[in-house]
Design a protein around this ligand. Structure first.
Ligand code: COA
Length: 157
């Protein structure tokens, strides 16, 4: 099935909130998810299926030449189909073209699917933030991806 990645808008918020709440033990609040639409450093993307339904979203920030993955989630029923990779690659490549030279993110130590995706796109573990997450308490792994590493892996911009 072909999919489209586009900018998020206010009408997407009910779908974003539903996926967020199905994906995280401590979801971002409705207000925080909505506020990202007006955040000047944020680039907020939606992955839409052919039938028009929202399968996932991602939000990345560009601060000076540094990118940060704020959040990404795919609907539980649509995982493992390559959508997360399409979404994150689209978001990263747009920022690289805007002058971003590297990306940072935090991820739960136990989140193997997300870490698998990040490693595939060139991220490497940089440091551990002890007890960073709650419900359950868990360390965060800080991961970093250089633009050169991303390209070296064969991903074009
Ligand atoms: C992390 C997430 C966004 C991945 O999205 P997805 O659409 O399921 O992932 P994709 O199908 O695009 O997979 C891309 C790559 O990720 C890795 N991956 C995906 N699912 C995996 C799993 N269950 N175990 C290990 N690696 C996995 C693989 O490297 C995969 O590449 P491959 O298919 O060539 O092996 C999705 O699992 C999700 O929404 N999780 C809940 C929210 C979340 O944890 N967000 C990240 C917070 S830091």
């Amino acid at each position: 099935m072909s999919v489209t990645v586009r900018q998020a808008c206010r009408e997407d918020l009910p779908d974003i909130i539903a996926i967020e709440e199905a994906s995280f033990s401590v979801p971002w609040s409705h207000q925080s998810l909505a506020a990202e639409l007006d955040n000047p450093v944020a680039r907020y993307y939606i992955l839409e299926k052919e039938d028009g339904s929202v399968a996932g979203y991602a939000d990345v920030w560009l601060i000076a030449d540094e990118g940060q993955l704020a959040f990404i989630a795919i609907h539980p029923s649509a995982r493992g189909l390559g959508y997360g990779e399409i979404l994150l690659r689209t978001a990263m490549e747009a920022l690289f073209r805007e002058g971003c030279t590297s990306f940072f993110l935090e991820v739960r130590q136990s989140n193997a699917p997300a870490q698998g995706l990040y490693r595939k796109l060139g991220y490497e573990a940089l440091a551990v933030r002890k007890d960073y997450y709650s419900q359950p308490v868990e360390d965060a792994c800080i991961m970093h991806c250089q633009k050169e590493k991303y390209q070296w892996l064969g991903h074009s911009l």
